[in-house]
Design a protein around this ligand. Structure first.
Ligand SMILES: Cc1cc2nc3c(=O)[nH]c(=O)nc-3n(C[C@H](O)[C@H](O)[C@H](O)COP(=O)(O)O)c2cc1C
Length: 329
């Protein structure tokens, strides 16, 4: 179950391939997740663009949005053929657009359909298939709804279950509000783990530091960090040590950027704009002199047409060398 111990959540518009390469340079151990991709996009879209990723990203999971078992199976197989290490099904995303397509959190009300999807994917691929869900939606009783979903997907062969430890309220809240307003209930997830000792259960939602992650690991098999990992990526520099007893790939954020330069140069040469990559670096430095100047320099210059790697180099030079670039989580 060690492979599920620590992961970085799927986040649309945030955990794209550039972001994942950046995260990987701070932690070798985190399991990384793509943004959610719908089965429709995968089956009909530009696969190389949507699914391509860098070899350094492993282990990396592809998150699918969909509910048609045949389409899920087809998409999972395409993902496996691209080299993904896991297929994860989104049963937690509350946006309207997603409800229309009958996938995401509304599937909490259709455990049988989710189970059919999981079973179809399991038949199609040999990599792990997992599910990411909420504890319930709307007026569901989480004691019943989560248990029902978990037992069905386990029976269908799911290899792990990620639980965002709050309900989604599908009427009235925006997706953003649905990540903050419904109250967190970690105990509900702990009880699920106690009831299903053999199933890897990963807890997610509102976890703000690696130290906090460590505390959850007394109750569950894994912790998934979303916003804290993205907005304060420097926290990831302590993840391997704190959670696995292994040294971080790089001691400090400046070393991370040093290691990322060849990737950035390669992507620029392929026509990717600098800003597509540097937009993920906004929270890189924290509590060190020059952090604000770094952000400002990138914001002002990174978006200019033809911006090159020197913009990033100059921004990094504004950060004080001698100060510790990472603060312990
Ligand atoms: C910008 C953003 C985009 C997200 N996109 C997805 C997504 O594509 N799939 C998904 O399952 N969850 C998505 N989420 C939810 C996160 O995966 C996670 O469950 C949620 O943010 C709670 O974890 P946190 O409190 O650690 O951020 C998104 C969250 C954010 C902030």
């Amino acid at each position: 179950m060690l492979e599920y111990r620590f992961s970085i959540a799927p986040m649309m518009d945030w955990t794209d391939r550039h972001c994942r390469v950046f995260h990987r340079l701070m932690t070798r151990r985190a399991r990384l997740y793509t943004e959610m991709l719908t089965t429709g996009a995968i089956i009909h879209g530009d696969r190389a663009r949507l699914l391509g990723f860098d070899a350094s990203e492993h282990p990396v999971a592809l998150q699918l949005g969909g509910s048609n078992p045949g389409d899920l199976a087809t998409s999972a197989k395409i993902g496996e053929d691209f080299g993904y290490d896991e297929i994860n099904l989104n049963v937690g995303c509350p946006s309207d657009r997603v409800q229309d397509g009958r996938f995401g959190a509304c599937l909490m009300a259709e455990p049988e359909l989710v189970a059919e999807g999981v079973a179809a994917m399991k038949r199609a691929v040999s990599i792990p298939v997992t599910v990411k869900c909420r504890i319930g939606i709307d007026d569901q009783d989480p004691e019943v709804a989560l248990d029902m979903l978990a037992r069905r997907v386990i029976a269908a062969g799911s290899d792990a279950l990620v639980v965002h430890a709050r309900k989604a309220w599908l009427n009235g809240l925006s997706p953003k509000e649905n990540r903050d307003i419904p109250p967190l209930d970690y105990d509900r997830v702990y009880r699920l783990k106690a009831a299903l000792p053999d199933m890897p259960i990963i807890i997610n939602g509102g976890i703000t530091s690696i130290a906090e992650a460590t505390r959850h690991l007394k109750h569950v098999d894994g912790v998934m960090l979303g916003r804290a990992a993205y907005q304060e990526p420097w926290r990831l520099l302590s993840a391997d040590l704190e959670l696995f007893g292994e040294p971080a790939p790089h001691a400090a954020m400046k070393d991370v950027f040093g290691a990322m330069m060849p990737y950035i140069e390669d992507q620029l040469a392929r026509g990717i704009r600098l800003h597509s990559m540097t937009r993920h670096f906004v929270g890189a430095f924290h509590g060190v002199p020059g952090a604000r100047a770094f952000r400002r320099h990138l914001a002002e210059n990174g978006v200019k047409p033809g911006a090159g790697v020197n913009v990033l180099r100059d921004a990094i030079a504004l950060v004080d060398d001698r100060a510790p670039a990472s603060m312990a989580a």
